[in-house]
Design a protein around this ligand. Structure first.
Ligand code: NAP
Length: 315
């Protein structure tokens, strides 16, 4: 076995580009060229896992990360890790446990995915940014000093803000009918929506550094290269379908209410709290201008709304 860089959440929005980018970056590294890249999935048969399996110099393992122990990490000689955790109500318990196991296994460096910077505060009304806040607080304590970490705080991903628009375009092309367009964004407030692929690329650049100490303990704010508003999304849709959008609702969080109402176990109140996550964006606190200078120096995000919509329409 060789010293290992572990990718947790490898098949997901951000993990896929970590796995694609990392092998090329460590190939000529002084300290990491002999490291193994181990990508995790709960199912090797899924289409996303199959794609990862085809990437040279990447090993794929079937392992649910929430069950990983310090012993497992030692046995697999893990030295560095990327983790994109789910943000379900058990997030703090499960990512917190994983990071504690990592500390006890003597891991050197962790790059983790947090969430939109303006939301990562102690009294945020939605539960999951508070749970990201708590993880960052935990890592910041002196007891965790032996393990270096960087927390990436990306803005909302394109899939969340353009998904409805792509669906309307596809439906209109098929049937000539529109339906109503519910958009998460405010009509006018600028939001630095980001391509999740760019987040993984930055994570890979951090993980591939010989010396990670310059980024230790940092929270890096990540936005796309340009701002997007609800009204701009409507214009993009109209350009695609060639007619006016008939019925649009901005600041639409009705899907969260439907989701909470449909729950048969767990707290509906906790899930309903997610409706608050978009409010800082509506208030203009999440524009592209908030990107950290380290992100712009290292690996400026490239993905635009136009490109993201084109990709969604191809699927
Ligand atoms: N979505 C956004 O707009 C947004 C914006 C900013 C920040 N974030 C943050 O991004 C983080 C997630 O990153 P991501 O979107 O890259 O990940 P993701 O795509 O949601 O998930 C990554 C992978 O984790 C595995 N997974 C999912 N649920 C799991 C569970 N309950 N237990 C164990 N494994 C599970 C799945 O892989 P397998 O099925 O292959 O095992 C999945 O492909 C969250 O913490 C979120 O707060 C999201």
């Amino acid at each position: 076995m060789a010293p290992t860089i572990l990718v947790v959440g490898a098949t997901g929005n951000t993990g896929r580009s970590v796995v694609e980018t990392l092998p090329k970056l460590i190939k000529d590294s002084k300290t990491l060229s002999q490291h193994r890249i181990l990508a995790l999935t709960r199912s090797k048969d899924s289409p996303a896992a199959q794609k990862l399996a085809a990437i040279p110099n990447v090993e794929l393992a079937e392992q649910n990360w929430i069950e990983i122990t310090a012993e497992w990490l030692r046995k697999h000689e893990v030295q560095r890790v990327f983790i994109a955790s789910h943000n379900e109500p058990t997030h703090f318990a499960e990512e917190g446990q994983f990071l504690n196991e990592a500390l006890r296994a003597g891991l050197q460096y962790v790059v983790r995915i947090s969430t939109t910077n303006a939301n990562v505060v102690a009294d945020f009304p939605a539960y999951y940014p508070r749970s990201h806040w708590a993880i960052e607080q935990m890592l910041e304590q002196p007891e965790y000093k032996a393990m270096q970490w960087t927390s990436l705080q990306p803005n909302v991903f394109f899939a969340f803000v353009l998904g409805q628009a792509a669906e309307l375009i596809k439906q209109y092309r098929k049937t000539g009918k529109q339906g109503s367009l519910g958009l998460l964004l405010d009509a006018d407030a600028p939001v630095g929506v980001i391509d999740a692929w760019d987040v993984g690329i930055l994570a890979a650049h951090l993980l591939a550094r010989d010396d990670t100490s310059a980024y230790n303990g940092k929270r890096l704010v990540m936005n796309g290269p340009e701002d997007l508003s609800g009204r701009q999304i409507v214009e993009m849709v109209e350009k695609e379908i060639g007619v006016k959008v008939e019925d649009v609702k901005f600041r639409d969080v009705s899907f969260i209410h439907q989701w909470a109402d449909s729950l048969t176990k767990g707290s509906k109140n906790v899930i309903r709290s997610i409706e608050h996550a978009a409010v800082t964006g509506w208030e203009g606190k999440c524009s592209a201008s908030t990107t950290s200078k380290e992100v712009l120096e290292l690996c400026p995000p490239q993905g635009t709304a136009k490109k993201a919509l084109e990709q969604m329409l191809e699927q």
